[in-house]
Design a protein. Sequence first.
Length: 155
Amino acid sequence: MSLPDHIIRPAEPGAGPGDRGYIIDTWLQTYRHSPFARKLPDWAYWSRFGHVGLVEHLVDSPDTRFAVACLPDKQFWMYGWVAYTFVPGLIVHYVFVRDEYRTQGFGRLLLDQVYGGHSAAYPSLAVTHLTADFSRRLGQHRQILFRNPYRKDAL
């Protein structure tokens, strides 16, 4: 199956129309149903002193990088995005792909951007936000190392 027309562009949280808002919103909305986050009470998840604050901190960190898959002529419309850092080592924070475009290869395409085109060559992947879907899709191909984003020494 070939991917729909797309380009991959870097994104800074403040760059582009609505990049920061869209990234934070999709991250929080989709991660809320993850095995970890569903155990948190709403006040702990949706608080600026809880998980919302952690995600905003990661998005606004100068160390965090983004790759966005979007339409070539409407770059504000995203198929998906990936957030990652290189400090210390390579850590993938989150991969998001719109529901209707999952299983088409956008997740792998975004990870290839992070790994310089060779994500399949890496036997392990360090992540801070693990969803059941991501674990199921990638866990069969490589070891997933969870890095707790609440621990300062993990980031």
